[in-house]
Write a protein that binds this ligand. Structure first.
Ligand SMILES: Nc1ncnc2c1ncn2[C@@H]1O[C@H](COP(=O)(O)OP(=O)(O)OP(=O)(O)O)[C@@H](O)[C@H]1O
Ligand SMILES: [Mg+2]
Length: 312
């Protein structure tokens, strides 16, 4: 069984306006609502591959209901802890012609100690051997930064595999608990290793500290530069072809789902990396957040460049 955990989900509201101007009333030409959250994106992406998962989250209010309905309408199982305040709405405003955008992420609802306890008990009830847990995204403001690390230790003690995709302090603590796989993007990896990850060479250098911490797999994504997929034995660099980008947001979540898909099928690391990058690219060229069509993954796949770098 695969479980995805989304502690800080959101409704993503995207507005398009002719031009961004300040101190004036702007009229939007187009409005789009995507319901999201990083773990939900992974669940949706897994479903594209025909893989079921259960989505677990703190949600609240009308926006929480919208999330629950959205997931259920896709046939994704959910088990939520309902909190008193509304799930947040993140807003992005794009110019129709220009390059500017404004993105405002709300912090997320208040989470009480009781809410934390309830979620912990819920996942503890599920945690068992050979399951996969995907811990994704930021933590709400009231949740301690060690939250993911504590869960990783719990799941590992039960013999489950943990995939971690977060940033900042939760990523730092999480890495110390040695998850099975960590998926930072270049910025997130840079914040852990203390230098900027700007190209493939930097990525290779950045992989070593993660592996030394005892993490089995590092999937370091670099947008259009693709993925460095590193294990204790080898590193693979996979690069997508040039595509027409429509929405890169959530492409990393689709890539993570593709990694899980390939790994659970026992594919060779190079095949896993190629499949993941093709999926990320397919998601980046699709308008919806983290949406893609597996047929595009398959079309892009032969165009992915890959290189195996031996480290031993
Ligand atoms: N401009 C692009 N061209 C081609 N592929 C892309 C592009 N941007 C993203 N991708 C694909 O998506 C993957 C993940 O991208 P990125 O490193 O931006 O992830 P991320 O920052 O974690 O994204 P998010 O957190 O929004 O899901 C890349 O490895 C690549 O496969
Ligand atoms: Mg990401």
């Amino acid at each position: 069984m695969i479980f995805t955990l989304t502690p800080n989900p959101s409704i993503d509201r995207s507005l398009t306006i002719p031009q961004i101007r300040f101190n004036s009333v702007l009229r939007s030409q187009k409005m789009r609502l995507d319901w999201g959250g990083k773990g939900f994106n992974v669940s949706r992406s897994l479903q594209q591959f025909g893989v079921d998962s259960m989505a677990i989250a703190w949600v609240g209010g009308g926006s929480g209901k919208m999330l629950a309905d959205g997931l259920q309408s896709l046939g994704i199982q959910t088990d939520f802890v309902w909190v008193d305040n509304d799930t947040r709405t993140n807003t992005r405003i794009d110019e129709a012609e220009g390059d500017w955008y404004i993105k405002v992420n709300e912090p997320g609802p208040a989470i009480t100690r009781g809410d934390i306890e309830q979620l912990y008990q819920k996942v503890e009830g599920y945690a068992k051997k050979d399951d996969i847990w995907v811990l994704s995204g930021s933590l709400p403001p009231d949740v301690p930064s060690e939250f993911y690390a504590d869960l990783i230790r719990l799941f590992k003690s039960r013999g489950a595999r943990v995939y971690l995709d977060t940033s900042g302090a939760p990523l730092r603590y999480g890495c110390q608990a040695e998850p099975y796989l960590v998926k930072p993007n270049a910025n997130e990896a840079g914040s852990i290793v203390g230098f900027e990850v700007a190209d493939q060479e930097d990525a290779k250098r950045a992989a070593l500290p993660f592996l030394r911490m005892g993490i089995d797999y590092l999937a370091l994504t670099m947008g259009s530069m693709g993925l460095l997929y590193a294990t204790q034995k080898e590193m693979i660099h996979a690069k997508p072809p040039k595509i027409k980008v429509k929405n890169e947001s959530g492409a990393g979540d689709s890539l993570l789902a593709a990694l899980i898909y390939g790994q659970t099928r026992g594919w060779e690391p190079v095949e896993i990396a190629r499949w993941a990058v093709a999926t990320g690219a397919a998601a980046a060229e699709t308008e919806g957040v983290s949406e893609f069509d597996v047929r595009r993954t398959k079309e892009i796949l032969p165009e992915v460049q890959s290189q195996i770098i031996n480290v031993m």
